[in-house]
Design a protein around this ligand. Structure first.
Ligand code: AAL
Length: 396
């Protein structure tokens, strides 16, 4: 290296170290690969947050009823609205289900209003279950997108219903708006009960969304409707090999055309997307190699990891005030509902966070109880010779 190149190299290194070290301003000539890809401290990252949880009344734990997969929340007049899967089955908390809704003045105390969209008559494509819904508000109307199953088909479809008011009455579109890619072969297409598209139930593997199209939710962007959904492949090895795709339409009711870029994420279970600044952000939850991340995409198709989160609300449905406004400056959100899905009856819980633009982040270490906990100990304290009461006597 000439002395001139050495000088340039040193200048580049020190400039780089200056910017990554921010306030510390130290000058370094060597950078580890970790520090070369350093993307900023969590405390400075606008899309970083921690989650705080609270019980809600009206939608919390209730013996004999499953409530799960809450939609995004909307506000109409002075009422918040949420839609969710409602089911009384003891085997499955999402099959044999209908879509119900609830309203609230404060987002904590909810009043269950009853069914919004119920499954269809025998022989129809939604005669077994309508479940896992999301809301879209467009052209002065309300639209619910949801998963639907017949009794004898393993692969599900996505349906849509519309109404002039959030209280209904809801009219179903006569045909599904999205279907699984028709390839792959299951050993038993006409099996009832749980969706099961894993390797051992498969004769021939299929495309990434051949086994299931799940968690449909629409965002309005540049005058178009972006329907995000989760796909499972016929023949996948693990249920957590799911990925997300998008199908785009010029009108809320479709036709929705699957993007040639699909899948647009390599990870993710329940869909959670929202307008952020000039693009779309995604909270990619517990499935896949990029699990537990927040990702951002300028065009809604090409996502990059921005930060990593822990204790993400399962199936989070947030109150995203500008979700359908086709905004060029998405502002985020700071609360919503999610489900606790591992008890005998699934129930809804409120979460709060700091994902609203310009919000002051609550990063106080003391309030987050996750560090140095082990889920197995919390679930089965007796196995470890302690009680749940002892576990509450926390060291600070
Ligand atoms: C969910 C969603 C879909 C799955 C099941 C019910 O949380 O991903 O809806 O089918 O689990």
């Amino acid at each position: 290296m000439s002395s001139q190149s050495v000088l340039i190299f040193v200048i580049i290194c020190s400039t780089f170290s200056y910017s990554i070290y921010g306030q510390k301003k130290e000058s370094k000539t060597k950078l580890s690969s970790s520090m070369q890809r350093f993307t900023g401290n969590d405390s400075d990252n606008e899309l970083y947050t921690r989650f705080r949880y609270k019980p809600v009344s009206g939608l919390g734990y209730e013996e004999g009823v499953n409530r799960r997969d809450p939609s995004s929340i909307i506000k109409v007049g002075d009422l918040y609205y949420v839609w969710y899967t409602h089911c009384k089955d003891t085997e499955s908390s999402w099959l044999n289900a209908d879509l119900w809704y609830a309203t609230s003045k404060d987002g904590v105390n909810w009043k269950e209003q009853g069914p919004a969209v119920e499954r269809g008559g025998k022989g129809s494509w939604d005669d077994y279950s309508v479940f896992t819904t999301n809301i879209l508000v467009a052209n002065g109307k309300y639209y619910l997108t949801y998963q639907a199953r017949t009794f004898f088909e393993q692969r599900n479809v996505i349906g849509m219903a519309w109404a002039d008011t959030p209280d209904g009455p809801w009219t179903k579109l006569s045909n599904p708006i999205l279907r699984t890619t028709p390839d792959g072969k299951l050993k038993n297409e006409h099996k009832t009960g749980f969706t099961h598209v894993l390797e051992d139930a498969t004769l021939e593997p299929g495309s990434w969304d051949s086994g299931a199209v799940h968690d449909p939710g629409v965002i309005v962007r540049n005058g178009k409707y972006y329907l995000y959904y989760k796909g499972h492949a016929v023949g996948e090895k693990m249920y957590s090999d799911s990925k997300w795709g998008v199908a785009i339409s010029d009108s809320p009711e479709g036709p929705y055309i699957k993007s040639p870029y699909n899948p647009v994420t390599n990870s993710g279970h329940e869909i959670w997307v929202f307008p952020w600044k000039s693009g779309i952000a995604a909270i990619v939850d517990w499935a896949g190699p990029e699990k537990g991340t927040v990702q951002y995409s300028e065009d809604g198709l090409n996502f990059e990891v921005i930060t990593v989160l822990e204790d993400i609300p399962p199936a989070g449905g947030a109150y995203i005030a500008d979700k359908f406004l086709d905004t060029k400056n998405g502002k985020g959100f700071d609360w919503g509902l999610c489900h606790y899905g591992r008890s005998n009856w699934t129930f809804l819980v409120r979460f709060e966070c700091d994902l609203k633009q310009d919000s002051k982040k609550n990063l106080d270490w003391g309030q987050f109880k996750h560090y140095s906990t082990i889920r197995d100990v919390m679930l089965y304290p007796e196995k470890y010779g302690v009680t749940s009461e002892i576990l509450q006597k926390k060291r600070n």
